[in-house]
Design a protein around this ligand. Sequence first.
Ligand SMILES: [Fe+2]
Length: 130
Amino acid sequence: MKATTSTPVQPGTTAPHTPRQEGIIKEAIGLTDVKTLRARARQGIEDGAMTAGYKAKAEAVITLLNAALATELVCVLRYKRHYFMATGLSSLSVKGEFLQHATEEQVHADQLAERIVQLGGSRICPRKGC
Ligand SMILES: [Fe+2]
């Protein structure tokens, strides 16, 4: 009787695949060689945010994002105003809250501005020249 030399499969794992099986699996899930993978990644970077799969009307999206950006910027100003205007015994804790909210709203505004630029738009500008 011929002795087997294969390694027993541990519970919870799968048996190793042959090179042919590996190729079939990689092709089925879209994996490929490193050279092709790098070429695809490079093309993806050159395409930027507007990939072939992007179906939205960028101009309409940019308009909506700019409206949201305006709202976020107003929120930053309001929370900052409250931060600076808070007075009284409990003003220290309240000021901290207002400052935290202002910071969070600024992050939201920055994210929106970033996305607007990625889509090829320009963010709103409250004054000329900024
Ligand atoms: Fe926000």
